[in-house]
Design a protein around this ligand. Structure first.
Ligand code: NAD
Length: 248
């Protein structure tokens, strides 16, 4: 019960890594509000959580994360309902792999809007709440490509380098308000997309990972649990890699 009594918001919490973070936080005593992109997927995720443990306290919303005013409204609604926000996890994100010569400005903007600007939109109202209540914790999902780059889809690594920059800078700015800011940088993780790949493709990917396999969403969620907990009370401005040494 590392998060007893805490209230957390997790964006992109309906599936994949985000859903495992939600489960891990609930299992450790937190109340959680997940943000998803559609009401239908939010409802499905909430149903799964109810079935797993009816005693867990959670809710779900689907504000448009690329709309600053909508996001602010949603964050304030969480504070209204649960009284506080101790943990904000900015996990929603999209990846891209389009080669540069086929890229469009619209595609690049879409990636930056969700992977970078939306983080600023959630952090701004949440940090004000955290400051007022005497502290809090902000966590962002980065990626191993924020360290190594990637050979196509330049918008994605660009956005994750920005996530690291925002994380390290805000850690320094918000430390005086007792707000810690960290990021987790996963490597290839066995979410639905990776699980659906043919076995030979997974084998090829695995061969390039020093630990010899993709990570499990739960292994990434464990890093989010540690960083959100008091065990990490002196850790801020850290980009924690969970990638089986892939970035090296
Ligand atoms: P996923 O596609 O399984 O889940 C993405 C989540 O983001 C979903 O809950 C979805 O609803 C939400 N989302 C997507 N577009 C949205 C939008 N426009 N508005 C609101 N929510 C939106 O992905 P995942 O693999 O679990 O990825 C989660 C995070 O982890 C992302 O930031 C991704 O960049 C990062 N990441 C993933 C991997 C990997 O291998 N899976 C590796 C490194 C980093």
């Amino acid at each position: 019960m590392l998060l007893e009594g805490k209230v957390a918001v997790v964006t992109g919490g309906t599936r994949g890594i985000g859903f495992e973070i939600v489960r891990k936080y609930l299992a450790n005593g937190a109340k959680v509000v997940l943000f998803g992109s559609r009401q239908e997927t939010v409802d499905k995720a909430l149903e799964k959580l109810s079935a797993e443990n009816p005693a867990w306290e959670f809710d779900g919303m689907c504000p448009k994360l690329t709309d600053a005013a909508e996001v602010e409204k949603a964050v304030l609604a969480v504070k209204e309902k649960f009284g506080r926000i101790d943990i904000l996890v900015n996990n929603a994100g999209i990846s891209q792999s389009t080669p540069l010569y086929n890229y469009t400005a619209e595609e690049f903007d879409k990636c930056i809007d969700l992977n970078v600007k939306a983080l600023f939109y959630t952090i701004l109202p949440a940090a004000k709440i955290m400051k007022e209540q005497g502290g809090g914790c902000i966590l962002n999902t980065s990626s191993m490509v924020s360290i190594s780059g990637q050979p196509a889809g330049v918008g994605y690594p660009t956005s994750k380098f920005a996530v690291n920059g925002m994380t390290i800078s805000l850690a320094r700015e918000l430390a005086k308000d007792n707000i810690r800011v960290n990021a987790v940088a996963p490597g290839v993780t066995r979410t639905d997309m990776v699980a659906a790949l043919p076995a030979d493709v997974v084998a090829r990917i695995s061969a390039q990972i020093p630990l010899g396999r993709p990570g499990e969403p739960e292994e990434v969620a464990n890093a989010f649990l540690y960083l959100a907990s008091d065990m990490a009370s002196y850790v801020t401005g850290e980009i924690l890699s969970v990638d089986g040494a892939s970035r090296a």
